[in-house]
Design a binder for this molecule. Structure first.
Ligand SMILES: Cc1cc2nc3c(=O)[nH]c(=O)nc-3n(C[C@H](O)[C@H](O)[C@H](O)COP(=O)(O)OP(=O)(O)OC[C@H]3O[C@@H](n4cnc5c(N)ncnc54)[C@H](O)[C@@H]3O)c2cc1C
Length: 457
């Protein structure tokens, strides 16, 4: 059997690429060594979402304006785990159906790039060679809770393992200052765990600084201790947990340490170096904005490329690779990939931050609106967070929208449209389109505020 495309890895990057190529008429095979749907479905994005949603519900119940103090709400992590398992089965079944509907051949097994036109699939001692015109590497990444070369466990657990805990630890040290580290810290703090966040480098890199300040305040209010510019120097196991020495003489005992700081692209043992595929310092596959590697006909998408663009970025890169193979013009534009945090409340960002827009030479103007000032926020008791709109003063074009607040995910979709379509604030704002009594008021008011026209400011 000769294929047009063989994708190795069935996470969001590989699966999206496979379906996109098949829908355009290509003959496609998908190779997966573990579970269909990748780590995202089984132990990453879905579990992260489920637990943060559960913790959010817990908070809503606790803080509901009409229900406060009426009874106690307890979270049963085993029930959450069971629901996750059920959800995973359902989502996986949907993916199997999609493979069938799109006539994609699925090969369980380890994919090895034998030549630039042959993928060797190894499973249980059996070997199968797939001939193909193009290969897409979508192998994801490995958590740094293990020693990369030997697979030996370190003192840390990975974010995946943290989201799968069925007993809440008393205390948790989260290493990292990225979106994943903040999501973990916020979720577990909300569940009653004493969380310390040790941020070795920049806190929330790539996020608008106003939102970083807001997020720090929210985490502090949740009870998270944030240690900025602090590295873990020493860990010693002792009864009941770990004795940690951080930064300049900070000592603490914690029950669990989660390393959300670092991941390694999954590229070892696949024959990539032998084929001359250029890898970066950390083993990531280097690609251009069409997702092409240094070897013609071989593409790479998602976390294997070392990018930190999340699930939506991996899927978008999969589309770009498939399109390029099929001759459809397009390229990967990191500016239009949203950044998303499953904190409580969540946060999301699309387009340029104030700092990025200024660095690109725009004469920046901004508008802001706090959720506590919306009728929707007041009614629901969701008063944390704000919307910030970054625009070009000259043209009014919306360059970026940054949101922390209960409805950040839904509002971000509207904001994405405005940024993608390069809409000026004058066109985006309509008083008539402002639905009072909803959280979306904050987005419209922030857009109006760019030109100083918000009635409510
Ligand atoms: C705890 C956690 C929370 C997260 N939360 C968010 C979030 O809130 N928002 C967000 O956008 N993103 C989030 N992410 C990131 C998101 O899950 C990833 O960016 C996304 O899943 C990456 O997709 P991928 O296709 O690159 O890799 P994956 O989904 O990891 O898929 C890679 C697949 O390739 C397979 N594979 C590897 N090597 C081979 C081989 N040689 N042969 C065959 N198969 C192979 C693996 O088994 C795996 O199934 C989170 C990640 C973690 C860890």
């Amino acid at each position: 059997m000769r294929y047009d495309v063989v994708c190795i890895g069935s996470g969001l990057g590989g699966f999206t690429a496979a379906v996109r190529a098949a829908r355009a008429g290509a003959r496609v095979a998908l190779v997966e060594k573990d579970d269909l749907g990748g780590s995202c479905l089984k132990n990453r994005l879905v579990p992260a979402l489920l637990l943060s949603a559960t913790a959010g519900l817990h908070r809503d119940f606790r803080d509901a304006p009409l229900g406060r103090g009426t009874s106690k709400c307890v979270i049963d992590l085993t029930a959450v785990e069971n629901r996750k398992e059920k959800l995973w089965q359902e989502l996986q079944n949907r993916l199997y159906a999609l493979l069938e509907r799109n006539r994609i051949d699925f090969y369980p097994g380890f994919g090895f790039v034998y030549t630039n036109t042959t993928v060797l699939v190894k499973q249980n001692g059996n070997e199968l060679y797939l001939d193909t015109a193009n290969i897409i590497l979508a192998c994801g990444s490995t958590p740094a809770a293990y020693i990369k070369e030997t697979g030996e466990r370190l003192a840390f657990i990975s974010p995946e393992e943290a989201y799968a805990l069925t007993d809440l630890p008393e205390s948790m040290l989260v290493l990292g200052g990225n979106a994943e580290a903040c999501s973990l810290a916020s979720t577990f703090a909300e569940l009653g765990v004493a969380v310390t966040l040790a941020v070795p480098g920049e806190f929330l890199p790539g996020m608008d600084r106003d939102l970083v300040t807001e997020m720090s305040d929210i985490l502090l209010r949740q009870g998270v201790t944030i240690l900025e510019g602090t590295v873990l120097r020493e860990v010693r196991h002792c009864p009941g947990g770990w004795r940690c020495c951080l930064g300049e003489g900070i000592n603490m005992m914690v029950t669990k340490i989660v390393n959300a700081h670092e991941r390694w692209p999954r590229t070892t043992g696949m024959g990539l170096e032998a084929l001359g595929i250029t890898l970066g310092r950390r083993g990531e596959v280097l690609v251009n904005d069409r997702m092409e590697t240094s070897v013609p006909g071989i593409y790479a998408v998602g976390e294997v490329t070392g990018t930190t663009v999340g699930a939506q970025g991996a899927a978008y890169q999969g589309e770009v690779a498939a399109d390029h193979i099929l001759g459809v013009p397009g390229y990967f534009d990191p500016d239009i990939v949203p950044l998303y945090l499953f904190t409580i409340p969540p946060a999301g960002s699309i387009g340029l931050t104030t700092e990025q827009a200024q660095a690109r030479g725009y004469n920046v103007c901004t508008g802001k609106f706090a959720f506590r000032d919306t009728l929707g926020g007041c009614l629901r008791g969701h008063d944390d967070g704000l919307v910030k709109v970054v625009a070009d003063h000259l043209t009014g074009r919306i360059l970026g929208v940054h949101i922390i607040g209960r409805s950040a995910s839904e509002l971000l979709v509207n904001a994405s449209l405005a940024v993608h379509l390069q809409v000026p604030v004058e066109k985006a704002y309509t008083g008539a389109g402002l639905v009072r009594g909803t959280m979306s008021e904050a987005l419209m008011e922030a857009i109006a505020d760019v030109r100083g026209q918000s009635i409510m400011v």
